[in-house]
Design a protein around this ligand. Structure first.
Ligand code: COA
Length: 262
């Protein structure tokens, strides 16, 4: 199945659709172009009668290195900054609202926004070389894109605080132990393990399966909007700080940042 997407590859095997993030040279860093396409393809599944399971995976060495830190954004007024900064949240919301069962197949790095995509899926299969983390804090910003409650739900508040406050990378083994990954597979068997899980859900009757998904999401997501409606504004506030500039400078200079609280 080919599409008009520039940064995604879409394929289908019976009732299973696979969406591959396809900017391998950039470690599938989430540029605004890639995020817009993920939002579009996710919305497209609302019209898809054939697919019962949707797999998200990344091409190349990593699942995704997260937000594209090299993307230059043109100067905009605050009205437009708020709107544009909301793109990541809209992408995650679109993934959450895919009616079909969603599975993230994760290898290599899944960092920042690259970790947010798997948490928005129903299930996560990790390769043994996978590592995930939320480095936002070390770039002087908050975790946004509606993803803080998604992480809390998977691994619990104390581990979520640890992951999101320290920004450390956690290994596949630890993430499996914490319940972030539902299954682990050797790197060479990731695709087969993901397909095996996908086939089980694809064999289920789609009507009750999709209703169950919707109901469980409704129960568990009930408070999300109440606490996350402001994450874009928190990001814009944090973006104006000296600590944010220091975090970004330190990243590109490959050194530890020194934060001052300004
Ligand atoms: N956006 C833009 N460029 C990125 C990037 C990102 N998210 N992640 C990595 N890169 C770039 C690096 O700046 C580097 O560019 P350079 O060759 O011009 O110096 C290049 O990709 C290779 O990165 P490097 O760190 O040397 O590769 P690695 O194989 O040792 O590690 C990662 C790969 C993904 C683990 C590591 O690059 C990383 O931790 N990236 C940061 C991810 C991050 O903080 N994302 C959250 C953003 S909120």
């Amino acid at each position: 199945m080919t599409t008009g997407f520039e940064f995604l590859e879409i394929s289908r095997d019976g009732h299973i659709a696979t969406v591959t993030l396809n900017r391998p040279k950039e470690f599938n860093a989430l540029s605004s172009g890639l995020m817009t396409e993920i939002e579009q393809v996710s919305r497209g599944f609302l019209e898809d009668e054939q697919s019962r399971v949707v797999i998200f995976r990344g091409a190349g060495k990593h699942f995704s290195a997260g937000a594209d830190l090299k993307e230059k954004t043109p100067p905009r007024n605050l009205v437009m900054q708020r709107r544009v900064a909301g793109l990541g949240g809209r992408m995650i919301k679109a993934i959450l609202e895919i009616p079909q069962v969603t599975i993230a197949s994760v290898h290599g790095a899944a960092l920042g926004g690259g970790a947010c995509i798997p948490t928005a899926c129903d299930f996560r299969v990790g390769a043994d070389d996978a590592f995930c983390g939320y480095p936002e804090v070390n770039l002087g910003i908050n975790l946004q894109w509606l993803s803080l409650p998604l992480c809390v739900r998977l691994i619990g508040p104390a581990r979520a605080k640890r992951m999101i406050m320290l920004g450390d990378r956690e290994s596949a083994k630890t993430l499996f132990h914490w319940g972030f990954f539902d299954e682990l597979a050797p790197r060479g068997e990731l695709e087969a393990a993901t397909m095996k899980m996908a086939e089980r859900y694809a064999a289920q009757p789609p009507i009750p399966t999709q209703m169950i998904k919707q109901s469980i999401n409704a129960v568990s997501n009930a408070l999300d909007q109440a606490i996350m409606h402001m994450d874009t504004d928190q990001f814009l506030l944090a973006t104006g700080t000296e600590d944010r500039s220091e975090g970004m400078k330190a990243f590109f200079e490959k050194r530890n940042p020194e934060f001052k609280g300004n």
